[in-house]
Design a protein around this ligand. Sequence first.
Ligand code: MSP
Length: 526
Amino acid sequence: MEKFYITTPIYYPSNKFTLGNSYTTIVCDALARFNRKQGKDVFYLTGTDEHGQKIEQTAKKHGVTEKEYLDAMIADAKDLWKLLNISYDKFIRTTDDYHEHAAQKIFTKLYEKGYIYKGSYKGWYCTPCESFWTESQLVDGKCPDCGREVKFQEEEAYFFKLSAFGDKLLKLYEENPEFLQPKNRVNEMVNNFIKPGLTDLCVSRTSVKWGIPVEFDPKHTIYVWIDALSNYITALGYGSEDDSLYKKYWPADVHVIGKEIVRFHAIIWPAILMALDLPLPKKIYGHGWILFGGDKLSKSKETDEKECIDPRILVPRYSADAIRYILYREIPFGSDGNYSTDVFLTRFNSDLSNNYGNLVSRTFSMVKKYFGSVIPENKSLTNEDDIEFKNNVLKLAGDVFAIMEKYDVTKAIATVFDIFTEANTYIQKVQPWAIAKEENGQDRLAAVMRNLLEAIRIGTELLQAFLPDTATKVLNAMNLDPNANFANMDNFDGLEAGKELKPLDILFPRLDVEKEKEELKVIANS
Ligand code: MSP
């Protein structure tokens, strides 16, 4: 069976999770679900990046231990993923024992192979914050965090020989033009980082206590990237006694990440893997950001916003599917996109309630009225309009599969909705209510109803990866197994004639946009 290994970055649990850091996870969920429905053996990994000074400081601020702080944050993150219907197969915490051991093994192996050496880290040190800063990070020559005096200091540290990998990375991009997507991110890596010359990377600290100790020199902790990036293989058991998952799923089919961490995934991670003699991931996809009034929903800024962007409030009011929909649809995959309450509520009504919801409910009503809810047979079509409609729908469905090969969730969901638009236009054009009045109209009416139901079936099967709750309801109402893989996606033979459609509640009850806007504003500002 073909496998598909997909990962999100592991999240910093230093602040409450919101819409911004739900984006990668929601995107990966659609890709994971779609591939499962294609019959692939999918492994979807997500998790949390739990070491470093920031966590140490935040826990202290809250008056709790790091572990207590993290456990509460991780419970909250898992609740949020549940609320948003995220179907991950594994949640890795970098404080998990197996990860800590494996990360240590990786560090030691790189040291033994000569890719890690001992040197010294120089920078401006703020004693109260226990932080090193570079010259350019200082604000008026003072610590950017607390504004106090800093002093130039040297600290013993281990370095990874990143400088040895420039040519190998250039060769990698050249020989695998698909490795890093979207394409413009390749130029960025080459021109901004590789061509000017890669410098060796500091990979340990003695001043950071909340980290994994270096096995052979425990006064050092492993600094950020070797710890964090290695999660993609340690989660599969690499470096542990049982590495069967690693053998089965590595290399990853795709690491989906935000654009600000492309450098770490497209330069540092492949270099580490090359140094370890391990296969490289097949693809790195650097998506854009959700912007909010032109700003990234940065974790610290999110709480200041006056519009409601907390999924814990939005999901119970509008459903997980609606929130998922707006993110797939409004943020063009690979680029930045704006989120606003206004656009969300408007699209809720126009796309979900009208285009899809109304199509399903009016079709079900017509089949009930004209055929007592019994699904008509799939006979060969004779009417031009009916044939054209069927061909258009099948063509669009084929397009969705091709688009999903490129992971473009935005284009894919827009194309699924084109199927529904096509179906609504078809209803207007053929006017089933007029055919029903024709003397010999029964056969044609049956053909039209069958056509509509099949278009809904195909669109809904495709939609299931994106809007799982809604699609599952509709598939059930059509007597289809919602857990089945894609079948009959290139024909109109997927529904069993003679079976009855089951009653279906309104999928997305229309919203009073102005009223909702007002209420959300009050909630967000209270
Ligand atoms: N811990 C590192 C990743 C290590 S991976 C080996 C990290 N964590 S993060 O919590 O800051 O970000 C996690 C993901 O959330 C990133 O892909 C980031 O781009 C994404 N997003 C956070 N805010 C976002 C938006 N406003 N819009 C889209 N994605 C955003 O980086």
